[in-house]
Design a protein around this ligand. Structure first.
Ligand code: NAD
Length: 284
């Protein structure tokens, strides 16, 4: 059995946050604002919990945080006018919009409206496009977190074979492009991919972002591979209690993989750290 190193997302996020405290202090000394404004529409519990955690994380590194809450009945025009106000407010250096949006508010149109240099979730098509051009402007936070975690292992990306399971616009696709940028040989898979097991078994780097618990089993992983588990799935355990798991059979894959990121405590905390880092970068 291979010795598997756990990639500790909380520890890596802690290091990032320490660096950010210094950068925020520097900006404040120069009289510059670092402020993240988040827009939350409706009563989605997950989004409210995320906003609460964001507020705490921002305050820990000295970033000002403002939450703009709108009711479920908010119209597309209401959201547009908030974004326009934030775009033109010089005190606001970063903007993000919590998902999901209510019916009648089109996410893509709203994301296109966010000022490119304040778009700290990297959801404006201009920022996504920059990744393809190789400009690391404001990159989607989870994709950035995945790359940081892979890079933390010291494994050579150039020439490595990387397989991404899941190809969403916000996670799977940007991860695949960033890996291409690092000159890995990249295979992007989705729910329709045939013989996916054969592909994952050949991967030096395996990133799973499908949102399917237990999708990646031990016989689908190459010995010594770097395995990054992006999935966040709520399941009921044998004891009847709810818990959060990733896409990867963690227990099984430990002992085969060279490195593995756990869920919880992996990509999740690093994603928050990357949002904070993008926020500081936007202010700089
Ligand atoms: P999505 O539903 O938008 O996309 C899922 C992708 O996975 C699609 O490309 C789909 O074709 C593919 N897929 C689904 N089932 C599959 C299967 N059986 N085999 C192969 N591919 C399959 O999801 P998303 O928004 O990209 O999120 C994916 C997962 O990552 C979810 O569990 C989500 O909660 C999690 N997530 C975590 C973070 C974080 O911070 N850790 C951030 C974003 C998303």
């Amino acid at each position: 059995m291979a010795e598997t190193t756990i990639i500790d997302g909380r520890a890596l996020a802690g290091k990032v946050k320490d660096e950010l405290v210094t950068r925020v202090t520097q900006l404040q000394c120069e009289g510059k604002k670092v402020r993240l404004d988040a827009v939350l529409i409706g009563g989605d519990q997950g989004a409210h919990l995320y906003a609460k955690n964001q507020a705490k994380a921002c305050s820990a590194v000295g970033i000002e945080y403002m939450l703009h809450e709108l009711p479920d009945s908010a119209t597309h025009k209401d959201v547009e006018s908030i974004i326009q106000g934030l775009n033109s407010n010089p005190s606001v250096t970063a903007i993000m919009v919590h998902m999901p949006l209510p019916a009648g508010v089109d996410a893509h149109t709203i994301q296109m409206m966010i000022a490119v240099d304040k778009d700290v979730e990297g959801v404006n098509p201009a920022n996504i496009g920059n990744i393809v051009f190789g400009h690391r402007s404001l990159v989607p936070c989870t994709a950035l977190a995945v790359m940081e975690m892979i890079e933390s292992t010291g494994v050579e990306l150039r020439g490595a074979r990387a397989v991404c399971v899941g190809a969403s616009t916000i996670v799977g696709k940007p991860v695949a492009v960033l890996l291409m940028q690092a000159e890995a040989t990249v295979i992007s898979t989705n729910i329709h991919t045939k013989k996916r097991d054969e592909l994952t078994r050949s991967a030096d780097i395996l990133v799973s972002a499908a949102g399917v618990p237990g999708l990646i089993k031990v016989d689908q992983v190459k010995k010594g591979a770097v395995v990054i588990d992006v999935g966040i799935n709520r399941v009921v355990g044998d004891d009847g209690k709810k818990r959060t798991v990733g896409d990867v059979d963690f227990e099984g894959v430990c002992g085969i993989a060279g490195y593995i990121s756990p869920v919880p405590g992996g990509v999740g905390p690093m994603t928050v750290a990357m949002l904070l880092r993008n926020t500081v970068q936007a202010a700089e």
